[in-house]
Each structure stands twice: as structure tokens, then as C-alpha cells.
Ligand binder design. Structure first.
Ligand SMILES: Nc1nc2c(c(=O)[nH]1)N[C@@H](CN(C=O)c1ccc(C(=O)N[C@@H](CCC(=O)O)C(=O)O)cc1)CN2
Length: 300
């Protein structure tokens, strides 16, 4: 029988978007404009198209301006960077992001490096990563920020002394979430494909963040009883029980069995995923306040 608390990321994200919408109204009455978010999509990756459409829809729902730029898959690097530079200079744009992954011929890091760090609402620029590692105010990437909000919702604000294991070392999730846990005074281990005896490393953790991209890799006997388990994985796997050719989403954590051991656990879907876009809107709101020289909104 499942004993873990189910962490409702979908519900949390809805509440956060509602609070952001209130702050957008206050921002508009103070400045006479609304925060603006520009999203660039290159090519036709079906999942990216859905994510970008959802970003545009939720941006408008909270009262912000959405600027969507859809470019063909064969867009040249120079043309993409020229667009980023135009958006950097556009006063109506507070946040810029380029949906990942980009087509193979494009250099993701070079494109991210072209974004003004103060508009880097994805938090992926080396300046954003450096600010985070140095404890300076900056913009933090969205999924890690969402993970921290969910962890704090379960365990409270004081995470001091907790042992945290992050599985995965990507610049999008693993590294920044480890930095955020460290900044919260956790004792952090970053595990990866070369980590020896991963199950026993994970077994020591009060907080587990799985961001490795391998379906249901984390098993129940890896989990310390009562641990908080945050599953960042979004893996589409065959689901013959739903019919021929059908698929379903699973995380990096074997959810059903780990729910019997964990204290709290995020589902997939409905856990961390929805927090990503809510935190993108949060970052855009913060970036807009900083650009206007306003105090950052509180109570979010
Ligand atoms: N530039 C970026 N690219 C990508 C990011 C990112 O943060 N910045 N993250 C992912 C994709 N992503 C947002 O861009 C994203 C992923 C998942 C979800 C989400 O709500 N997932 C749902 C399930 C959705 C489904 O049915 O497929 C869930 O987990 O409940 C939102 C946004 C890679 N690219």
C-alpha cells in the first residue's frame, strides 16, 4: 500500500500562476506595461511544439505579453543569434528563451551565450550559472527552481543538514538543483553514470532528485524510508495495455514501488513538469521588476 504523500506539482503550479497573475497586475499599474516573454522555437520537434504552445498560453493567462518566434529547422546559427540580439535590445521583452533541444547543426551553448544574462529566464547562461554558484542574485533555471519549491512545500524552509542526492549532471537540471540544495545547506552528492554503487549512494539520502532520463531506474530498495523523492524524468514508453502503438509517460523513478517507501514523492505526469512553465513565468516577473528597478515581489 502506498504510504507516501503525493506531491501535487500540477496543483502547486496552478496556485503559483494565480499569485504571479496578481503581481503582474500590480506591476502593470506601477509601470504602465506588462512583463514580456519571448520564446524561440527552431524546427518541428513535436514535444517542443507542445511545450512552446503551453508557454505562450500560460504567459497570456497570467497577463504577460507573449512573443513567439518560430523558425524553420534549417535556420542558420547567425540568423538565430541575430534574432536573440534583437530581443536583447527590445524594451518590451523581459525574458528570452530558446526551446531545447535545437536542431543538431546549431550550437546550443553559443545561442544561450548570446542572450542578455538579465533576460535569461531559463537560467542557462554561464553568467546565470556563475551567479548561482557564487551566491549572487541572478535567474535560476526553471525546473530546478520548481524542484526546490516542491521540496520546501514538503519539508519546510529549513533544509539545513539534510542529505541530498541528485542523480544526473545536466546544465538544465542536475548541476543547478545541486547548487540550490547546497545553498540551502544540504549535504549534496551529485551521482551520474560513472558513480559506483548508485543504489547505496541514494539509500543515504533524505532528498532524492532523479534527473537522468532513464525510465523507472530508481527502485524501492534504493530509497531511505521516509525520504522525499523528486522525479524530474519524463520518458515516453510503450503501453501495449492501452492498445497497439500507444505510449505512456513514466519518470526516472519506479513510482508505484517507491511510493511504499518514500515519505513524499512526485508523480509523472503532474509532478515537476508543470512547475517548469510556472517557474518560467516567475523568472520573467522577477526579470521585469529588476529591469524597472523595482523591489522584487514577495509572497510568491
Ligand atoms: N529552453 C528550455 N528547453 C527545455 C526545458 C526548459 O526548461 N528550457 N525543459 C524541457 C521541456 N519543458 C519546457 O520547456 C517542459 C517539460 C515538461 C513539462 C510538463 O508540464 N510535463 C507534463 C507532461 C507533459 C506531457 O504530457 O508530455 C508533466 O510532467 O506533468 C513542461 C515543460 C526540455 N526543454
Amino acid at each position: 500500500m502506498s504510504t507516501a504523500r503525493l506531491i501535487d506539482g500540477k496543483g502547486f503550479a496552478e496556485g503559483l500562476r494565480g499569485r504571479i497573475a496578481d503581481k503582474v497586475r500590480a506591476f502593470a499599474s506601477e509601470t504602465g506595461r506588462v512583463p514580456g516573454l519571448a520564446v524561440i522555437l527552431v524546427g518541428d520537434d513535436p514535444a517542443s511544439r507542445v511545450y512552446v504552445a503551453n508557454k505562450g498560453k500560460q504567459t497570456v493567462e497570467v497577463g504577460m505579453a507573449s512573443f513567439e518566434h518560430r523558425l524553420p529547422a534549417d535556420t542558420a546559427q547567425n540568423d538565430l543569434i541575430a534574432l536573440v540580439q534583437r530581443l536583447n535590445a527590445d524594451p518590451a521583452v523581459d525574458g528570452i528563451l530558446c526551446q531545447l533541444p535545437l536542431p543538431k547543426h546549431l550550437d546550443e551553448l553559443a545561442v544561450i551565450a548570446a542572450i542578455d544574462p538579465d533576460k535569461d529566464v531559463d537560467g542557462l547562461h554561464v553568467v546565470s550559472a556563475g551567479r548561482l554558484a557564487s551566491g549572487l542574485p541572478g535567474l535560476v533555471s526553471c525546473t530546478p527552481l520548481g524542484c526546490m519549491m516542491l521540496i520546501r512545500d514538503v519539508l519546510g524552509d529549513d533544509l539545513s543538514g539534510k542529505s541530498a542526492v541528485v542523480i544526473g549532471r545536466s546544465i538544465l537540471v542536475g548541476k543547478p538543483v545541486a547548487q540550490l540544495l547546497l545553498a540551502a545547506n544540504c549535504t549534496v552528492t551529485i551521482a551520474h553514470s560513472r558513480t559506483r554503487d548508485l543504489p547505496s549512494v541514494v539509500r543515504g539520502a533524505d532528498i532524492v532528485v532523479a534527473a537522468v532520463g532513464r525510465p523507472e531506474m530508481v527502485k524501492a530498495d534504493w530509497i531511505k524510508p521516509g525520504a522525499t523523492v523528486i522525479d524530474v524524468g519524463i520518458n515516453r514508453v510503450p503501453a501495449p495495455e492501452k492498445g497497439e502503438g500507444k505510449t505512456r509517460l513514466v519518470g526516472d523513478v519506479a513510482f508505484a514501488e517507491c511510493s511504499d517507501v518514500a515519505g513524499a514523492i512526485t508523480p509523472v505526469p503532474g509532478g515537476v513538469g508543470p512547475m517548469t512553465i510556472a517557474c518560467l513565468l516567475y523568472n520573467t516577473l522577477i526579470a521585469a521588476h529588476r529591469r524597472e528597478g523595482l523591489a522584487e515581489p514577495e509572497g510568491l
